[in-house]
Design a protein around this ligand. Structure first.
Ligand code: NAD
Length: 261
């Protein structure tokens, strides 16, 4: 899986083809969508129009909460594939655990079947806390390949990251740029950006890569789409990384996985 990909949350379906097309043009090969984003069709159109061989692309989509449960999952997966115009995805994720429904273990068993059928090359989860992951590990035969969680310098997630490392689960960061809000105005990050002659967004993405996270920044602006993948020509040093480590405030932008339904 490419460590840096392109996310399309909040990109309307009729803009998704252009945004994904710009990302593919800029060199991204991994695209992160979800059934609930309602842009799988536009994403699929851009993939087809690109002419890039399928085996060079890495496509992720996610199962929405109301489709959890064994049979409903299989139906929802078929619908996602049809909208994407693909015969397999590279990664399929349970979008949220929704503990109050208590269906994520049954849902995971359907994911195991999808994996066995070769219709997803890998299966994983999103927004699972260590306790949710532990249940899946204890009650099924398959460890999730990856957990996609909110993660950025103000929410560095040390406990989930350690759990993932112990179990061989990759950590993927959603909202890696803090949704482009206050984080990008942070004076410490600004100083590090000036020192390296890059932008704050590039510093943050570089920090993710050096921390070992998979990242999927989103933008619909072609210049930013290019900027966000141009992060392989500089390196943060130990002092930069210490200063960024000190920015962790445990501050979520999104919902709490224990209560999100
Ligand atoms: P992000 O952290 O990627 O920030 C995106 C925003 O930052 C853009 O809309 C833009 O306003 C700004 N931005 C982007 N590049 C910039 C640049 N170079 N300079 C200045 N501003 C810039 O936020 P996100 O979209 O929330 O997260 C990325 C992806 O993660 C999503 O598109 C989606 O694929 C995924 N995601 C998953 C979940 C989940 O529950 N699994 C939740 C949220 C997001």
């Amino acid at each position: 899986m490419p460590q840096l990909g392109f996310g399309v949350w909040q990109v309307p379906d009729d803009e998704a083809a252009d945004a994904v097309g710009a990302a593919l043009e800029a060199g991204y090969r991994s695209i992160d969508t979800a059934a609930i984003y309602e842009n799988e069709k536009g994403t699929g159109r851009a993939l087809a129009a690109s002419g890039i061989p399928r085996e060079e692309l890495f496509v992720t989509t996610k199962l929405w909460n109301s489709d959890q449960g064994y049979d409903a999952t299989l139906r929802a997966f078929d619908a996602s594939l049809a909208r994407l115009g693909l015969d397999h995805v590279d990664l399929y994720l349970i979008h949220w655990p929704v503990p109050e429904q208590d269906r994520y273990v049954d849902t995971w068993k359907a994911f195991e079947r999808i994996l066995a059928d070769g219709r997803a090359r890998a299966v994983g989860v999103s927004n699972f806390n260590p306790a949710h992951l532990q249940r899946v590990i204890d009650e099924t035969a398959t460890v999730p390949a990856l957990n996609q969680i909110e993660l950025h310098p103000r929410l560095q997630q040390p406990v989930p990251r350690a759990f993932h490392a112990d179990h061989g689960i990759a950590t993927e960061a959603w909202s890696p740029l803090g949704q482009g809000k206050d984080l990008l105005q942070d004076p410490v990050l600004g100083g590090i950006a000036r020192k390296h002659g890059v932008t704050v967004a590039q510093v943050v993405l570089r920090w993710h890569l050096q921390t070992g996270n998979v990242v999927i920044p989103k933008s619909v602006t072609p210049s930013r789409i290019r900027e966000n993948i141009d992060v392989f020509g500089f390196e943060l040093d130990a002092e930069d990384r210490e200063r960024i480590a000190a920015l962790d405030a445990g501050a979520r932008l999104g919902p709490d996985p224990d209560t999100m339904n």
